[in-house]
Write a protein that binds this ligand. Structure first.
Ligand SMILES: [Zn+2]
Ligand SMILES: [Zn+2]
Length: 360
């Protein structure tokens, strides 16, 4: 008999998954592998809802194998460790982000950049070494190789800290890598959503002078008063944009909707950097002239490696950085997704998994 997600492994698991391109989530029985020598098993407490979850659930990137159980901003408590696990103990609070595997021997892995390993394995909807699909944190428990498990800092809240595992490191890593983490850096953040609002907090914690670029006036007060950004600019207002021409060291563009990047190249200083972490459907138009006139660069960045993710969690704990969240029960997830797609959330949904997922 062919193995189903419910029977492929020995340990029963339960969660919410999508079974077709409608992306509608419903309760799902599946299974998890037995705890291997290097594995950490943990009960899921909280899991953030990331836009990527919806891309996979609806097969928008054409790579989904159903059923898909998303969730890669996962905080939980260890219930079992394998015989060779060195870093974790039962009862410890842990996190798992976007990655659960990589080759561990290529140049990227050697440099703690597992996210750029050509054999990296995503936390859900990705073939694992044993040929089964990985399944994420919209579920009762996880089992993960200890290398991909993070220690949770003591004073970091579990619920509002969960989104740091994807949104936090996605913004922290490029600011560090591109040298935009120095006090006094003139930093622009494009878009004030799940990624953008954390980027503002990271930038402020680094001591940067942070400007939020948004398409409308609507978020001015939240940006300046709520998130303590230094300035707010409506990017569609050419007068406001003109006034800051050539004044930014770097800009982190978090927007996934189609939009022109030329206005942001124009506000960079010479040697300024425009870093993309959003993925619009339509490729950006990249004019050469504004790059050449000022030796500007356009770069990208994808999440962070395990070492850097741990460092980001410690940095966030120390600087009081968490996501602004709306905590929801898991049976609210379909409504939450609809609202997220309409930007009707300030700024991230987090599922209260342990208190709302009742195993049948
Ligand atoms: Zn994510
Ligand atoms: Zn590798």
């Amino acid at each position: 008999m062919a193995k189903t997600p419910e029977t492929e492994h020995p340990i029963k698991s339960y969660g919410y998954g999508a079974c077709d391109t409608s992306g509608t989530f419903a309760p799902l029985n599946f299974s998890r592998r037995a705890t291997g020598d290097k594995d950490v098993r943990f009960k899921v407490l909280y899991c953030g809802i990331c836009h990527t979850d919806v891309h996979f659930a609806r097969n928008e990137w054409g790579v989904t194998t159903y059923p898909v159980v998303p969730g890669h901003e996962i905080v939980g408590i260890v219930t079992e460790v394998g015989s060779k696990v060195e870093k974790f103990k039962v009862g410890e609070t842990v996190g798992v982000g976007c990655l659960v595997g990589s080759c561990r021997s290529c140049q990227s892995c050697d440099n703690n950049l597992e996210q750029y390993c050509s054999k990296m394995i995503l936390t859900y909807a990705f073939p694992y070494y044993d040929g089964t699909m990985t399944r994420g944190g919209y579920s009762d428990h996880m089992v993960t190789d200890e290398h991909f498990v993070l220690h949770w800092p003591e004073n970091l809240p579990l619920d509002s800290g969960a989104p740091l595992l994807c949104a936090g490191v996605t913004t922290y890593s490029p600011l560090k890598h591109y040298g935009l983490d120095k006090p006094g850096t003139k930093l622009g953040i494009v878009g004030l959503g799940g990624l953008g609002h954390i980027a503002v907090k990271m930038g402020k914690a680094f001591g940067a002078e942070v400007t939020v670029f948004s398409t409308t006036e609507a978020k001015r007060q939240e940006a300046l008063e709520g998130l303590k950004a230094d300035h707010f600019i409506v990017s569609k207002d050419s007068e406001q944009m003109q006034a800051v021409t050539g004044t930014f060291d770097g800009i982190l563009d978090t927007v996934s909707a189609n939009h022109p990047i030329l206005p942001f190249l124009n506000v960079l200083k010479p040697d300024g950097k425009l870093i993309l972490v959003g993925v619009p459907e339509k490729p950006h138009e990249l004019p050469a002239f504004p790059l050449i006139m000022g030796r500007k660069i356009v770069g990208g960045s994808n999440i962070g490696g395990l070492k850097e993710t741990q460092e980001m969690l410690e940095f966030s704990a120390k600087n009081g950085i968490t996501a602004d969240i709306e905590l929801i029960p898991i049976d609210y997830v379909n409504t939450a997704v609809d609202r997220m797609l309409k930007s009707d959330v300030r700024y991230r949904f987090v599922i209260d998994v342990a208190n709302s997922l009742k195993t049948p």
